[in-house]
Design a protein around this ligand. Structure first.
Ligand code: SF4
Length: 228
């Protein structure tokens, strides 16, 4: 699932695993999709395609690495068969030295897939929540996996409104990010502060990346491990 930020690929500890390229919009958080902008700028279409040739990519990385899945698409897009997620899960299980972050706006498909699977402890499962309206059902769906997943996160990205209608208890991390680019919609300081307070009340870790150019997923994982 595409982030609105460019995820860091510049160190030997963080990488991306681009199993899917291309997507279709699902909600207002997609209006300025950074993946679409980047792919169109690169002269490719934004049609959904599966990059089977990338499947073994994590096996070629020896040092423990934090990998963000599908920054230019969504592993749980309706046109992506579960066969790809099954194949990815096999690689994930066989590379326990790595940490994997899977983020989607299609929470019901993520849950449909993982409710029938043992969830490896090196997987972080997350949903996007740009505001209460669009995030509520996704977070509720994600929380149905609570007892079986080690790490659940909410990407409040791009943060477009408050999340007050969402019960965040049981989520491990909320990561707030603003939109980037020419048509970026601004986020108010009040909304960010309110989300931070809500996380505090709900005993959820909060990471504010507003204004940063890069989200360091490896750092987030390390923080979580240190906290545990
Ligand atoms: S779900 Fe993510 S990748 Fe797909 S259109 Fe929306 S923002 Fe872009």
């Amino acid at each position: 699932m595409c982030p609105t930020l460019p995820y860091n690929t510049g160190t030997d500890l963080e990488d991306v695993w681009s199993l899917v390229s291309g997507c279709t919009p699902v909600s207002m958080g997609c209006d300025n999709c950074a993946a679409r902008t980047a792919m169109l700028a690169a002269g490719t279409t934004f049609d959904v395609r599966i990059n089977w040739d990338m499947l073994q990519h994590p096996r070629n990385i020896k040092a423990p690495t934090s990998l963000f899945l599908c920054p230019f698409g969504d592993l749980f897009h309706e046109r992506v068969p579960f066969a790809l997620a099954h194949a990815a899960l096999k690689v994930i299980r066989e590379t326990p030295q790595h940490t994997y972050h899977i983020l989607t706006k299609r929470a019901s498909r993520l849950v449909s897939f993982f409710e029938a699977q043992k969830i490896p402890s090196n997987v972080w499962l997350g949903v996007s929540a740009e505001n209460s309206k669009w995030g509520k059902d996704r977070v509720e769906a994600l929380l149905t996996l609570r007892t079986r997943a080690t790490n659940l996160f909410v990407a409040a990205e791009p943060l477009l409104g408050d999340l007050r209608a969402i019960d965040l208890r049981g989520i491990d991390w909320v990561i707030a990010a603003d939109e980037k680019g020419q048509n970026a919609r601004p986020v108010s300081t009040a909304i960010v502060q309110d989300l931070e307070a809500q996380c505090l009340e709900s005993n959820v870790n909060f990471l504010n990346t507003i204004g940063l150019q890069v989200v360091r997923w490896g750092s987030i994982s390390s923080n979580y491990i240190n906290r545990s």
